[in-house]
Design a protein around this ligand. Structure first.
Ligand code: 3PZ
Ligand code: ZN
Length: 338
């Protein structure tokens, strides 16, 4: 017996339930998503107000993946998004909330998916995003809060890319800041010198891909860090010693797909892990088997299955987590690998 296999026994992992689901339940997931927006349940209402625009993005992209976009209530969604628009050019989580780069990206993603980019005041959004860039190239998430997290660099770059306005910011500055967060282990952290984390790696690789700078990293070293996140259950985790989670199957797998190394993880066991995280009664996908489902893990579970070539789902773009059909010529994706 090798030391590596002893280590694997001791490793933290999820338990795969006996009799777990092995087929996708697309109709259940469409029902779950469509019902979610309508529930007046207090907990969901409170959560959804602070997350409303990103929640809409998770729901709309789930429906787009399931080819059920036409069942969404377009007029209501557009009202909610327009209501979240602020005079500074950005979008808040919902009406009356301050503008944030994450919700601004989600608003642009939703309106792109609905083919209503015409509702965006492009110059105003560009002005808001430009105003968040700092002298070192990094981005704040919102005005008046000094936090230059690399996630905000990606949100800024992705927002402008989708509006074909990338040249409006200091792109070389963004890339230099992201490269300051590149670690010796091949990963990326939140700030210069901070620990590698899969969510941050996705954002930094997405930033490099969108700006055509992937050659700045050692692809094999980064792919190795990512591939090591697969647990024996098949699920992927976000950092060493953490439990696998369906949303990390997206952050890790999409990062590998962007750098052309998706085949470094075991496809069959990952598909099984995601399918086992479905709820066959309520619909939706959870972070791991037998947990409660939510729209966030539903969209990233479906998107992961789509990247893995699971049949019956629309092809997904690994950088933007939007369907390639929606993105058209804005998409980075090629065909899913066999
Ligand atoms: C979840 N947010 O801060 S959150 C999110 N998490 O807004 C949405 N995997 O408690 C939902 N964990 C569920 N629907 C969870 C979005 C987090 C991520 C928490 C999570 C996911 C494990 C613990 C951060 C893009 C945007 C935001 C995030 C990541 C990527 C929560 C806890 C946190 C949040 C929302 C609800 C249910 C849903
Ligand atoms: Zn998760």
């Amino acid at each position: 017996m090798s030391l590596a296999s002893i280590w694997n026994i001791a490793r933290r992992d999820a338990v795969m339930p006996v009799g777990a689901l092995t087929e996708l339940l697309p109709e259940k997931h469409a029902d779950f998503i469509l019902k979610y927006g309508k529930t007046e349940n207090l907990y969901e209402y409170v959560m959804s107000e602070h997350l409303r625009i990103s929640g809409l993005y998770w729901c709309l992209t789930s429906l787009d993946l399931l080819d059920k976009l036409e069942s969404a209530d377009m007029d209501l969604i557009i009202d909610v998004i327009n209501g979240a628009k602020n005079p500074d050019g950005g979008y808040g989580a919902s009406k009356g909330h301050v503008s944030h780069i994450l919700h601004t990206l989600c608003a642009v993603q939703c309106l792109t998916t609905l083919k209503r980019q015409d509702l965006i005041d492009v110059d105003a959004v560009v002005g808001f995003v430009k105003g968040l860039q700092q002298a070192d190239g990094s981005f704040y998430g919102l005005n008046e809060e000094a936090d230059n997290d690399t996630r905000f660099s990606f949100c800024a770059v992705a927002t402008l890319y989708l509006l074909k306005k990338l040249e409006e910011i200091d792109v070389e500055g963004v890339v230099n800041y992201v490269m300051q967060c590149y670690n010796f282990d091949g990963g990326f952290g939140t700030y210069p010198k901070s620990e590698s984390h899969a969510g941050q790696i996705y954002c930094c690789i997405g930033t490099l891909a969108t700006t055509n700078n992937l050659e700045r990293i050692d692809i094999n070293r980064t792919a190795r860090w990512l591939a090591e996140r697969q647990c024996p259950s098949g699920g992927l985790c976000g950092r060493p010693e953490k439990l696998p989670d369906v949303c990390y199957s997206w952050w890790v797998l999409a990062s590998l797909a962007i750098i052309g190394k998706q085949h470094w993880i075991d496809k069959e066991t990952l598909v099984k892990f995601i399918l086992a995280s479905q709820d066959d009664e309520l619909g939706g996908i959870a972070d791991r088997p037998e947990d409660e489902t939510d729209p966030f893990h539903t969209v990233f579970g479906l998107a992961g299955l789509s990247l893995l070539g699971y049949e019956g789902l629309q092809p997904i773009d690994p950088v933007f987590c939007m369907t390639t059909r929606t993105l058209g010529d804005l998409s980075f994706a090629t065909k899913p690998p066999e």
